[in-house]
Design a binder for this molecule. Structure first.
Ligand code: AMP
Length: 113
């Protein structure tokens, strides 16, 4: 997608700090971290949000999450982590390319909202 900032990051047209990349996804450091570890899992295929995906994209996302679960220690998430995916205006989604926030690296607040 031409105007998608995350597509540009995935394509290397906009710099980012990539901590992992494979054929399905990249994981980058969030530019405005909200936790000691704040990463963004970006599927390489462009689709707008967590409910917009095809069956095939859902399978790819499941594969991404399985791979994430195998690398939590190397990402500094041994103590636990939180996954968040904002969808739509009420949730303040600001980038229309599915992304999963990965938050951890220390004690997180016990409430969200
Ligand atoms: P959301 O508000 O859920 O759509 O999340 C978008 C996230 O993308 C925010 O946490 C931003 O800090 C992050 N973000 C925006 N631009 C960049 C960028 N160029 N590199 C890394 N993270 C970014």
């Amino acid at each position: 997608m031409e105007d998608c900032i995350f597509c540009k990051i995935i394509g290397g047209d906009i710099p980012s700090t990539k901590v992992y990349e494979d054929e399905d996804m990249v994981i980058i450091k969030d530019i405005a971290p909200q936790a000691p570890v704040h990463l963004l899992l970006l599927p390489k295929q462009h689709y707008p949000d967590i409910i917009a995906m095809s069956d095939e994209q859902a399978q790819t996302l499941a594969r991404c999450l399985k791979k994430l679960s195998a690398m939590t220690a190397e990402l500094g998430l041994e103590g636990g982590f939180r996954l968040v995916s904002n969808k739509g205006a009420d949730a303040c989604q600001s980038v229309g390319h599915l992304h999963i926030h990965i938050l951890g690296g220390g004690q997180l607040a016990d409430k969200m909202g």
